[in-house]
Design a protein around this ligand. Sequence first.
Ligand code: CUA
Length: 422
Amino acid sequence: MSLRSRLAGAALLLASVSGCGEHPQSSILPKSDFAESIHSLYVLVFWITLVILILVWGAMAYILVRFRARPDAPRPRQIRGHLGMELAWTALPAVIVIAIAIPTINTVFRTQRAAGPDILMIDVIGHQFWWEFRYPDGVVTANDLHLPVGVPVTLRMRSADVIHSFWVPVLGGKRDLNPQVAEPAAVGRPPQTPPNSDQGPGQAGKFNYLHFTVREAGVYRGQCAEFCGQSHSLMGVHVVADSPFEFAAWKRAWRGPSVDSLAADSAAIAGAANPQAAQARIAAAAGGQASDTAVVQDSAVVAASGAIGGGGAARIELGRRTFHSAACVACHTIQGTNAQGQVGPNLTLFGQRQSVAGWLENNPDNLVKWITAPQSVKPAAKMPGVSVAGGGFPATNLSTEQVRAVAEYLYSLGRSAPEGAR
Ligand code: CUA
């Protein structure tokens, strides 16, 4: 092997171990006070161990050279027991352990406390295989956790099924989300039902908490860190850290009225009051015929607000009607519409989400894949597909055109809102 190829190989190896490129889940790029505390411990331990490494290796190298065997050397002096050395290698490690333990224990206690009474408390609920976030003012979202920068936050965690673990490395350590089991029945008393997050303070002992303040705006990736089933590795989470102003704007957008940008009120009422007319318009839209005057009117509304996704206003409108007349509404909520299902993720402002199903890029093509065959995207997902049952629900039997339309509709949510929404 020539010198040049050896150097190239060494450079390649160095590049591969240094992890060049993006590192979205780095635990050494802290973005919260909690992560900074952990990081400063990490740095402290790093320097202590580096000094130990240099001292030990230095001593070893010196001894190897100084006392190496020589052909004509006399037999070395033999010693048995050395009080000074015995004391040194007992006392020194004890001093090192104490030097590490004091700041560590200090950090553990400091990070276990909420910052104060004026914290923002958000319920985090783990599901197979998605994250639910409930804000104290009723805002509910999934997979994207919106947080205001500079505001102390407490995440109150539990699971709806098995144990999950919330882990966004740049924000701090992992925290388990535990299922809340029923208390065993005490003699003479009825058994307690399993509590849910709506029964908040009384069940405080059942939750795990994570307290931190985000320092810097950005989008931070995280991951479920406790094996929870077939799609554990796909249970991704994004934290969207905004300025308090943008955070408030996001909440305003969530509440609408521009949430469902296409739910032109009159059209929605007409559709609900006259299902046959709605069906006729769906058929017309599916056939690509915009001859129906109502569709033309809806299209005009959509055009005025700026349609997104390249699917065209009629298709988005078809998607809206399909979504709201199909089984989707049994499980999903879209704020400001009659979709109020509580079983699956809340889809309000879906177009602003970072991902489809927690790990795929959010675009209409990936939404089509997800709606068509959820288990091909996320094995064991509890959602029915077009031709497969899922989560105890029958197949949706949506046509290819309807799936495309629903995808375009969901992708449009929160995208064409005139103001406030991002
Ligand atoms: Cu949830 Cu692993």
